[in-house]
Design a protein around this ligand. Structure first.
Ligand SMILES: [Zn+2]
Length: 223
C-alpha cells in the first residue's frame, strides 16, 4: 500500500512538473514571453518578478502602459550627459551647472548621477559636481580612460576651484579611483578632501540615508 501511494505521489508530482513546463512553453504568447524576458534583464528583477510585472502591465489600462513605454522612449531620446559635469541633462548643460546660485569654487566628484541625486537630497551641499560615470575596476576591465577623469583634470586646471570633494563610494574600487584622481591633481594648488567615514565601508552613496550623507559632507577631511 505504501509503495502504491509512493508511486501515485511520484506520478502526481511528475504531472505537476509536466504541467509547469507546458505552461511556460505553450501557454505564454511570444509577446508576453518577450516582455518577461525584457523585465528579467533589469537589475534586481528575477524571473518571478518579471512575470509579476508583465501580468501587471497586461491588467492595467492601455493608456497607462503606453505612458510607461513613452517615458522610457523619452529618456532614451532626450536625456544626455551635461557637457561640463556629465550629470544627466536634457540640454547641453545640466540644471546645476546653469544655476548661478551654486558655489563655483567647490567641486564634488561622484561616481554616478544617482550619487549626485543622493547628495543633493541632503540639501547641505551647494557647490558643483563632476560625475565620473563609473569607477576604476581592473577586474571588470574598466580603466581610467573609460571614465570622465581626463575631462575632470582639464576642468580643475582651467577653473579656479578652492576645494575638490572626493565623494566616490567607500569601496575598494571607489577609494582606488579617488586616490588615482588625487594623484593626477597633485600639482594643482587646490585642497582635496573626501567624505567623512560615517558611511559604512563597502556601501554605496545611493543607499545611504540623508542624515549620514549630511554628516559625511560636513565632516569631510583632507585626502
Ligand atoms: Zn552639469
Amino acid at each position: 500500500m505504501a509503495t502504491f501511494c509512493f508511486h501515485l505521489k511520484r506520478d502526481f508530482d511528475r504531472e505537476l512538473v509536466a504541467l509547469e513546463v507546458d505552461t511556460t512553453v505553450t501557454e505564454i504568447t511570444h509577446a508576453v514571453g518577450n516582455l518577461i524576458d525584457q523585465f528579467a534583464k533589469l537589475p534586481g528583477i528575477g524571473r518571478k518578478s518579471a512575470e509579476r510585472l508583465t501580468y501587471y502591465i497586461l491588467r492595467i489600462h492601455a493608456l497607462e502602459a503606453f505612458e510607461l513605454a513613452d517615458a522610457i522612449r523619452n529618456v532614451k531620446e532626450n536625456v544626455r550627459y551635461c557637457k561640463s559635469c556629465f550629470n544627466l541633462s536634457e540640454d547641453e548643460e545640466c540644471v546645476i551647472c546653469c544655476n548661478p546660485k551654486r558655489e563655483c569654487n567647490v567641486l564634488c566628484v561622484v561616481e554616478q548621477p544617482c550619487d549626485l541625486i543622493s547628495l543633493e537630497q541632503t540639501g547641505v551641499y551647494h557647490g558643483l559636481y563632476h560625475v565620473l560615470l563609473g569607477r576604476i575596476a581592473p577586474l571588470e576591465g574598466i580603466g581610467p580612460d573609460q571614465l570622465t577623469i581626463e575631462a575632470l583634470v582639464k576642468r580643475v586646471r582651467s577653473a579656479k576651484f578652492d576645494e575638490i570633494v572626493m565623494a566616490t563610494n567607500p569601496t575598494v574600487e571607489g577609494d582606488g579611483t579617488a586616490l588615482h584622481i588625487s594623484n593626477l591633481l597633485a600639482d594643482i594648488p587646490v585642497r582635496i578632501t573626501r567624505l567623512a567615514r560615517g558611511i559604512t565601508t563597502g556601501s554605496v552613496l545611493e543607499y545611504a540615508n540623508k542624515e549620514i550623507l549630511s554628516d559625511a559632507l560636513a565632516g569631510r577631511q583632507d585626502f
